[in-house]
Design a protein around this ligand. Structure first.
Ligand SMILES: [Cu+2]
Length: 682
């Protein structure tokens, strides 16, 4: 880590806290933000009214993250049980019972995310169109079988009871390179020009669903410019009702499947011709993904069966299935972890100005030649932990083994998860129970890996077994988070970065041991043999790409303005934006190594659509000694952490033709140019 790197990371954090201080913060601990190097765990800036609760060792006290008007330390923890999302009801079996068919809508509704007694929260999520009780944040889980296709009609129903469009719940920055429906067919999917700084976009909301990790054909991948508006009564005249690629993919999909795309919808068919794995589905609209996902719509998609799965009964189970009788006990549970901030009326908080991020008050785009967007924040960190749609829930567990499928569903926050006995123990805390990781994004690992902690970048999944066997009834364990309340750059908690506030974002959920109800017949993880792992063949092409961050080109010392991907030329990065000509164009059927050079100060989780890749190695840029992937990265993955100052090498087989994207899964980055189209084949 260079001095420059260190200075800028600290500078960003100081600036953020400085803004909080000006809004009525008090300094504790004798040190003030703004002094170079002064930001340590002993430096406390607590926004007005925020006080740590519980008994905290002074050395681990940290400030709560600034957010909305609801003080996270006033929200009681572990009062509501974890919600285990049921299986999503199918609409029909079609094609002579060879295919599952769903009609799934995204709607707006109220949900109790905060504890009982606190206000409910208006959210969006998916549910079964014909079954109103199935709308939940996170959405119910789609249960799919390898080689049995799933067809989904995805309907954008962000309309009110009169059929008029609903505006976004959150502030949409119209100055990004974004879907831009008001631009009409000639100006959609562009960065509009403004003569004065605009306010937030309040028109109808474009959406398009991506099955994350899916081996999807291009027309079913949820291409970011294939969005569509709801079929509302009052779409303003001149608006584009679909993105630049909506019509092209509609025509292709309709001819392939025979299913009609009606206004306000798209029909995607997933062949499920891939390894059994934990996928998830979420929105992918250009320049709006951070907001559309933060508002709620996302769900798990569990793909089972085939030669890359294990026979029933080997692993802890079952997971929820259709037709389960009430009271069914589940020992396989998906756990989506997200950070959110709230206002005191229960509404979601998301920053409405750039000023929230770094105090920069303008000039913004539209005035005085500025190129800084007025609303977009380069990263966002919520100040509360939400697990499966509830803040800090608890789960009663029997003294036996459980299979948890973890998802980091945050916007910008990396997670370092650990199971401990004391949630406010001095960090780094000692693990009370290990995780046995058995799988990642692309299915099972070659062998189980025993870990004291799980490091999870955005969108990564960890399929793990936790063994509570032998714990006394009444015992309590806590899942905590030791990643930072700021951009992650690698390293170890409290040595290389301050950990998340132990009073708030440093806690995730609680396990309470209850009496054993059913005997555990699953195989202990130390004795588990996972399905035979077949690695990719040799690569024929090595490609160099780059990760970059850019400051304002117009205003001295203001930044970042955007994050960019790009190529390499003679050892230096060549910056590329979303609209630049395609530079990654693998041949159909080619196996390629991509060397990702990270020239930024932060780690970025890089996601490539359509493929599941292998991590080859990592090394310092300019270094000579590559290091192998981590033990938990030895399976197939669709998202990989690229560390600052390093080259991260992955290997992928590009076996479906067409137009896809690769991008950073810090969704604030993805939404402001850190995404590139790529094409497989001609
Ligand atoms: Cu990024």
């Amino acid at each position: 880590m260079s001095m420059e790197h260190e200075r800028r990371r600290i500078g960003r954090r100081t600036f953020l806290w400085g803004a909080a201080a000006s809004a009525g913060a008090v300094a504790i601990g004798g040190a003030l933000a703004g002094i170079p190097g002064a930001i340590t765990s002993a430096t406390l800036l607590l926004p007005g009214g925020l006080r740590p609760t519980g008994i905290l060792p002074s050395a681990v006290l940290a400030a709560a993250v600034p957010g909305g008007t609801l003080d996270p330390t006033t929200v009681n923890k572990y009062v509501a049980p974890l919600v285990i999302p049921p299986a999503m009801p199918r609409t029909a079996s079609i094609k002579n019972n060879s295919m599952d068919y769903y009609v799934l809508a995204v709607r707006q509704f109220l949900q109790q995310i905060l504890p009982p007694g606190q206000p409910a929260t208006t959210v969006w999520s998916y549910g079964s169109h014909q079954a109103g009780g199935t709308f939940n944040y996170p959405a119910f889980t789609i249960e799919a079988t390898v080689d049995r296709p799933v067809r989904v009609k995805w309907v954008n129903e962000l309309v009110d009871g009169s059929g008029n469009y609903l505006p976004h719940l959150l502030p949409v920055d119209p100055t990004l390179h974004w879907a831009n429906p008001p631009g009409g067919p000639g100006g959609r999917d562009m960065r509009p020009t403004f003569t004065s700084t605009p306010g937030a976009y309040t028109g109808p909301v474009p959406m398009v669903v991506h099955l994350h990790g899916g081996h999807s054909t291009e027309e079913a991948d949820g291409f970011t410019e294939a969005w569509y508006l709801p079929a509302a009564n009052d779409i303003p005249s001149g608006f584009a009702t679909g993105g630049s690629y909506y019509d092209q993919f509609k025509t292709k999909a309709e001819s392939l499947t025979g299913a009609t795309w009606e206004p306000g919808s798209a029909v995607f068919q997933y062949e499920n011709d891939q390894r059994a794995s934990t996928l998830w589905y979420h929105d992918h609209t250009l320049g709006m993904t951070r907001l559309n996902v933060y508002a709620g719509p996302a769900g798990f998609y569990n793909l089972r069966g085939g030669s890359d799965d294990l026979p029933a009964g080997v692993l802890p189970g079952p997971a929820p299935q259709l037709g389960d009788p009430p009271g069914t006990k589940y020992y396989e549970i998906p756990i989506a972890i997200q950070d959110r901030s709230f206002n005191s009326d229960g509404s979601l908080f998301y920053p409405a100005s750039r000023e929230f991020f770094d105090g920069f008050v303008g000039p913004y785009i539209g005035a005085d030649s500025s190129d800084i967007s007025p609303i977009w924040n380069p990263e966002f960190f919520g100040n509360m932990t939400v697990v499966n749609g509830r803040t800090w829930p608890f789960l009663r567990v029997e003294p036996r083994r459980y299979r948890f499928r973890f998802l980091n569903g945050c916007n910008s926050r990396f997670l370092i998860l650990k199971i401990v006995s004391n949630p406010v123990a001095r960090r780094p805390a000692r693990a009370a129970l290990p995780f046995w990781q058995i799988g990642t994004e692309g299915g099972f690992l070659p062998a189980p890996v025993e870990l004291d902690q799980l490091l999870m970048g955005l969108a990564e999944r960890a399929d793990v077994i936790v063994d509570f066997t032998g714990l006394p009834v009444g015992a309590e364990l806590h899942l905590i988070n030791e990643a930072p309340d700021e951009p992650f750059g690698g390293g170890k908690p409290e040595r290389d970065f301050p950990v998340a506030d132990p009073a708030t974002t440093g806690q995730v959920m609680k396990f309470v041991v209850s009496p054993l109800i059913s005997a555990d017949a699953s195989v202990p993880p130390s004795q588990l043999t996972l399905p035979t792992f077949t690695p990719l063949g040799a690569a024929t092409v090595t490609r160099q790409v780059s990760l970059n961050e850019v400051d304002s080109a117009a205003l001295e010392g203001v930044g970042p303005r955007a994050a960019l991907l790009g190529t390499m030329a003679s050892g230096s990065p060549v910056h590329k934006g979303w609209d630049d000509a395609i530079t990654e164009n693998p041949d159909l059927g080619a196996t390629e190594i991509w060397e990702m050079f990270n020239f930024t100060e932060d780690a970025h989780p890089i996601h490539i659509h359509e493929v599941q890749f292998q991590v080859v190695d990592r090394q310092a840029i300019g270094g000579r000694h590559p290091r192998p992937p981590e033990r938990w990265e030895t399976g197939y993955k669709d998202t990989v952490i690229s560390y600052p100052g390093e080259i991260t090498r992955i290997k992928a087989l590009f076996d479906l033709p067409g137009l896809y994207v690769w991008h950073c899964h810090i969704v604030e980055h993805e939404d402001n140019e850190m995404m590139r189209p790529y094409r497989v084949g001609p």
